[in-house]
Design a protein around this ligand. Sequence first.
Ligand SMILES: *Cc1c(COP(=O)(O)O)cnc(C)c1O
Length: 375
Amino acid sequence: MQGRVASLPTSLFFLSAMPRPIHATIRLDALRNNHDVARGQSGAARAWCVVKANAYGHGLAAAVEAWHDKADGFALLDLDEAVRLRESGVRQPILLLEGPFEPADLLAIAEHELTPVIHHADQVDMLLSAGLPYRLPIYLKANTGMNRLGLTAAQWRPALARLQASGQIGRITLMTHFADADGARGVAWQMERFDALCAGTSLPRSMANSAALLRYPETHANWVRPGIMLYGSSPFPALKSAADIGLMPVMTLRSQIIGVQDLQPGDAVGYGCNFTADKPMRIGVVACGYADGYPRHAPTGTPINVGGRMTRTVGRVSMDMLAADLTDLPQAGVGTPVVLWGEGCPADDVATAAGTVSYELFCALAPRVPVSVVD
Ligand SMILES: *Cc1c(COP(=O)(O)O)cnc(C)c1O
């Protein structure tokens, strides 16, 4: 097989090869606009740009290009990504949201002047036995009800006292994370616990994710930590749309119609035959499937933009294709451009229809989709 591939006339092969029409764009102007919105809403607080998971799937390099002269700091999880940020010239503080995983990480953290979150009693021990070369600034994280990361109320005061007494630690910022800032329970119950833990100290504090930043100004404190809003999605799409918040979509996933089928009543579409036409219909087959990152569980009726008009998907999403209803779009045909999400088709609406959040859509964009960063 290898021999046969190698013997193809390569010039002809490359001349005739057309890329699949799927493509994602990342808009730097939208990243900047959304940062301005976040800053405009956060009062006197400084803002970490949360860029974990490769900037929520948008690319760390694009995030840094957009925000290098705006960000007060960058927050992420992965030590290698943090080192890449430093090596790309980022001078701002860099917060490691899960802190060190093993003692050796602390040497790299100190060398690259990163700020670790200390969220577990073992990390306190790790830190105090590390022999740090200078007084390292840290974030100390409390579990106030999210029950994910953070010291318990019982561990909190002894840990804080040990860290303050050690002489090895620089500025300590006190941190917690909200479980339901976008939902019905809100933040007051967690703030009450956090206030009790912070009582008697004058240390700086950080609490707010995007939802809290927008909904609860009392959570702003010294540092806010916006993530999803910077990428142009609403943290609470059921309450307020991204457009109403003034956010611009950053990632737009586009493709084209590559096939058209005419259906008679009773004809089915796609695997599982789970959509059946009840009238004459026309459907367009779009070059985008779950192997591109489109959610396979998106049901019939998920919004999709074809040739500038909103319509709906029909039938089950395949690996490389999905179907769109063209019955009311007579001008649409093979080659018509499609927006899967982004400009002209809000990612929040697609995510809501698919029973997920836009965070997951963005993070799932597959490596095989070519991405261009535009200004
Ligand atoms: C991801 C994350 C954020 C940002 O949350 P958004 O909902 O994307 O604004 C803030 N703080 C912590 C600790 C996080 O893990």
